[in-house]
Design a protein around this ligand. Structure first.
Ligand code: KIV
Length: 272
């Protein structure tokens, strides 16, 4: 049995800030569909991210770049319908906030209006600051995302650990401060050295959520299909698998196929 919060109230950005202040760690997982989001929410997660990793996990793309605004809205609506307690954050997909701040706020408002999500996540620091500010000015809570930002994979050329060199680490720290000053309610730090992530978490007052960023931050996020062991062949050091659903599903499907082939299913009680 896992840790189930006694507090059944809806999680808000304000409550996440209070959790950081009292040293309570924040749990976050992705979900992209109604059924999974319902289970994840009922199990007591604090934040559900409708990540653009849906591009990989749901659509089988190699990167997060191809997923569209309408596809993210579809996933966002499905998740919001399932959730009672968790804060629901939707990723703004690649190309919907980088062109201009006007276009960014138009797309942000569309996601919020149609999905009824609680907040949005955008990747990047100084270079997207005008868009972040405009979206927050429109009344939409924004979660930042620094370090390994998968929408920039073609620029990086690799999914290796980011900010190991001093110059990149200094920029990341400066970006975290800029995002906090702009009014972001939280920041995801992906795949950076643990000491750097801890330093950022100590320097800013907003919650820092890590993925591959060590234990010195305010919370953790993982991709749900990875931590449940549904995906195969993705084995980064930071990934802890809590189940082997790939084997469970393979076994169940195999037994079903056998039962259908042998005529064992359906039996007399399973028909009208
Ligand atoms: O899209 C996603 O799943 C993410 C997490 C890895 C933080 O952005």
């Amino acid at each position: 049995m896992g840790y189930l919060s006694e507090d059944k109230r809806k999680v808000t950005t304000q409550r996440l800030r209070e959790m950081k202040q009292r040293g309570e760690r924040i749990s976050m997982l992705t979900s992209y569909d109604f059924t999974m989001a319902q289970i994840v929410d009922a199990a007591g997660i604090d934040v559900i991210l409708v990540g653009d990793s849906a591009s990989n996990v749901m659509a089988g793309n190699m990167t997060t770049l191809p997923i569209t605004l309408d596809q993210m809205i579809y996933h966002g609506k499905s998740v919001v319908r399932a959730v009672n307690r968790a804060l629901v954050v939707v990723d703004m997909p690649f190309g919907t906030y980088q062109i201009s701040d006007a276009e960014a706020v138009t797309n942000a408002i569309k996601i919020m209006k149609v999905t009824h999500a609680d907040a949005l996540k955008l990747e990047g620091g100084a270079e997207i600051l005008p868009s972040v500010k405009k979206i927050i000015d429109a009344g939409i809570p924004v979660m930042g995302h620094l370090g390994l930002t998968p929408q920039a994979i073609n620029k990086f050329g690799t999914y290796a650990v980011r900010a190991k060199e001093e110059a990149e680490a200094e920029k990341l720290i400066a970006d975290a401060h800029l995002l906090e000053e702009a009014g972001c309610f939280s920041i995801v730090l992906e795949k950076i050295p643990a000491a750097l992530a801890e330093r950022v978490a100590n320097e800013v007052s907003i919650p820092i959520i890590g993925i591959g960023a060590g234990g010195g931050v305010d919370g953790q996020v993982l991709v749900v299909a990875d931590m449940l062991g549904m995906t195969r062949g993705f084995t980064p050091r930071f990934l802890r698998r809590y189940a082997d659903l790939n084997s469970v599903i393979t076994d169940a499907v195999g037994r079903y196929v056998e039962d259908v082939k042998t005529g064992d299913f359906p039996n007399e009680k399973e028909q009208y």
